[in-house]
Design a protein around this ligand. Structure first.
Ligand SMILES: C[S@@+](CC[C@H](N)C(=O)[O-])C[C@H]1O[C@@H](n2cnc3c(N)ncnc32)[C@H](O)[C@@H]1O
Length: 216
């Protein structure tokens, strides 16, 4: 089973929706995550058309609807995308769903203002994989992208590493420092304008606002 396979199931999609709505802690975290993503999107400047990839079950569609954006909701999993339809009535023009891989987006160069890529790249162990996804986002965007990553300097990440050492397991969540992530984005043709942490030095999740370099 490769990363992404488990999401290709209606049962898992329903579980994913429930998981983020279950309990006060999870709901608070999603509320905070949406605020962090909104702050990063604002840092890009005015954007109207956005590709949300991977959109999953549409956790960020409420934010994009709030900004009155025109959205393309894309994911490798049809099942996850379908679960996201529950948010479509928030839009005047409902999102256009597209099944696609973030490594090869079936869209022309500079066909949207911005892209949102949440909770994907921390699943890739290799810098080359993260750079390949960001290069593809840079290609299809006119302005830039918001990409989330896991911060290696966070308390939660250090705890995760200790747990892994105790259990002797290799996990599938990979963290990098802010500096490393900004360098990878630069290599993909994107410059970091700001970083927005869920809870600085505690939480792993950080959203980076990345704008296209002038030479791109
Ligand atoms: C953890 S979920 C995140 C979804 C959403 N962005 C969120 O934050 O709730 C990961 C999603 O990535 C999708 N996915 C995995 N590999 C992908 C790829 N190469 N291209 C596009 N989507 C992918 C999965 O189908 C799944 O819906």
């Amino acid at each position: 089973m490769t990363y992404g396979d488990k999401y290709k199931s209606y049962t898992y999609a329903a579980y994913y929706v429930g998981k983020h709505e279950k309990g006060m802690g999870r709901r608070l975290s999603t509320w905070r995550e949406r605020r962090v993503v909104a702050a990063a999107l604002r840092a890009l400047g005015p954007v109207t058309t956005v590709l949300d990839i991977p959109s999953g079950t549409g956790r960020f569609l409420p934010v994009l609807a709030q900004f009155r954006m025109h959205v393309i909701a894309s994911d490798l999993s049809t099942e996850m995308l379908q679960a996201g339809h529950i948010h479509y009535d928030r839009f005047v023009h409902p999102p256009r769903p597209v099944v696609a891989s973030a490594f090869q987006i079936p869209m022309a160069d500079e066909s949207v203002d911005a892209a949102l890529c949440s909770r994907l790249v921390h699943h890739f162990a290799l810098p080359e994989q993260r750079i390949a996804v960001m290069r593809e986002l840079a290609r299809i965007c006119r302005v830039g992208a918001v990409v989330t990553f896991f911060d290696a300097a966070s308390l939660k990440h250090r705890r995760r590493l200790r747990r892994r050492m105790r259990r002797g397991k290799v996990g599938n969540r990979h963290a990098v420092t802010r500096r490393e992530f900004a360098d990878e984005a630069e290599e993909a043709g994107l410059s970091c304008v700001s970083m927005h942490a869920l809870l600085r030095f505690h939480s792993e999740l950080t959203a980076a606002a990345l704008v296209k370099r002038d030479d791109q």
